[in-house]
Design a protein around this ligand. Sequence first.
Ligand code: ATP
Ligand code: MG
Length: 484
Amino acid sequence: MTDLLSLILILTMLNGVASALIWNAYRHLAGVRTIASSFMMGGCAAVLGLFYHPGPGFLNGMTGYVPNTLVFTSLGLCLNGVMIFLGERPRKWLLGFCLGFPLLYWPLSLYLWPDSGAPRSAINAFTTLIAFASVMPALWRARGDCAWLRWTLLPVLVLHVVIQGGWSIHRLDQWLSGTADPIMFYPWTVVETAVAHHLWFVCFLIMLGARLQSNVTQRNRELAHEVDTRRHLEQQLAATLAAERQIHAEHRQLLDVVVHEIRTPLAGIDRAAEMLQVLPGSVPEPARRRLGAIRDGVRRVTGLVERIMASEREGHMAAQPQPIEWMHSVQTVIQGLSHLNAGRVTVVAPDSPILFMADPGMLIAVLRNLIENALKYSPEGAPVTVAASEDTAHVVIRVTDQGIGIPEMERQSIGRRFYRASNANNHPGNGLGLFIVRRFLTEMGGTLSHSGGPNGVGTVATVVLPLRPAQWEDPDYGREKHHA
Ligand code: ATP
Ligand code: MG
């Protein structure tokens, strides 16, 4: 019997160590920490049980006080853990009962009946009965991955209560009939309790396995669902891409038509201007100069259209930097806008010429759009100022008008393709000019911003351009872009 008890003690301690490992490995699963802690506490109770001196007398009896309290506390913990594991409401009162009740009754019964263990044994059995009874309905209801507990853990609990209850009734009977109870230690009850303890532990391991298995199955199901959803999204994406390609192709065709429609009259204008130029003596000198300006403008627009077409084909438009003299460029633009009453445009510049590197075609398009907007969105005769200044690295160009202004909330959106401010409905336009301006400025490393004019009237459009854009120092600049 001693060997058997020693074996049981060792097994209970090993069981505590295994529970500590399980606590650490599966603490993410609900209830596992509580159940594993209860088995660890059971191991401690077994070790402290070694110091129990069964026998008559108060002091002898008190050597079992701590192990007994630990056993019941671990029982309360374990049952609570099982409830959490099953997704049931935890029985918190049970924990207080399993800790508090043995703390009270053990010394009290020793005080009243120091020479008999029968009352303590009976109260122990009663405590166990209350604890088990509180969880049995939940175990009976257990469904899902733990449905089998109804046929395993539940009978083990019932058997344990029946054996321990029967045994304590027998002892009570002996005690009441006056039979002496000198030893007060009954090894078979310890063996039975230990067997029940280990059976619960086995149940715990199987519960854990079942839960992990069901988690894996659930995860697989979720993954399969996720794969389905992604496949569906992929198909939608492919369909959207196909539609996008189709739209792009149609857009290219439309662009080809538009370019053709622009190029043909431009070529006609150029030829007509050329013919007028060569007519000997019939064209006065100022008109001849004007014809020259018209041909320059036509050449510039044709060049720009061709480059835009090339950029559509290659996906990018590379700027072609050349040395620029600011005043020359702005004058060219103002001459080209004479149909818009550009006489009210004042150019302000420092005495010394401002020289910088930029793409002439793009710069002229930028200036033309900004000045055109300033003229278009301000009343007839209101002044427009175009000013430029430079510092060590930048040239700053400001176009100021006294027109309708841009509502503050909308300034951020200006320059998006087709975007027009809410107050611009009475003025013709497509919302494309500043979109092109932004694109050209990006190519030249510059920026555009809009703010309110002086005293809150009108608009100031500010362009900042680098004097020598860093990317143009790179000898591979143009080539890289063409092959991008
Ligand atoms: P278009 O494509 O013919 O140039 P648009 O002038 O409407 O048409 P953008 O030049 O891109 O298009 O300008 C976008 C919007 O920004 C304009 O519709 C207008 O609401 C606002 N805007 C731009 N410049 C000014 C300005 N100087 N004063 C007031 N509003 C302006
Ligand atoms: Mg415009």
